[in-house]
Write a protein of this length. Sequence first.
Length: 96
Amino acid sequence: MFKRYEADEQVIFYGDYLPILSSEIASNSVDIIFLDPPYNIGKHFADFYDKWESENDYINWANQILDHCLRILKPQGTLYVMAVTVQGGTKSSNLK
């Protein structure tokens, strides 16, 4: 489930990424994406626990998001990804 807000030819979606990216946004149509995914550090939210079974599960999940983002991003578009710096190691080196 998600919400859609529109004004002056601008659209903001709020909600789970998968239904939005899968069905609501055309390929090569977005100028900028700001992505702030869960960091897989075990933080508890109201209805979400930020921890995957394994590092590979988390990386596969993150790659799914990035694949969708790259599909909808215009060729000259910009993608910003927030990333945890505390853990360093694998996550940081994968972004380089």
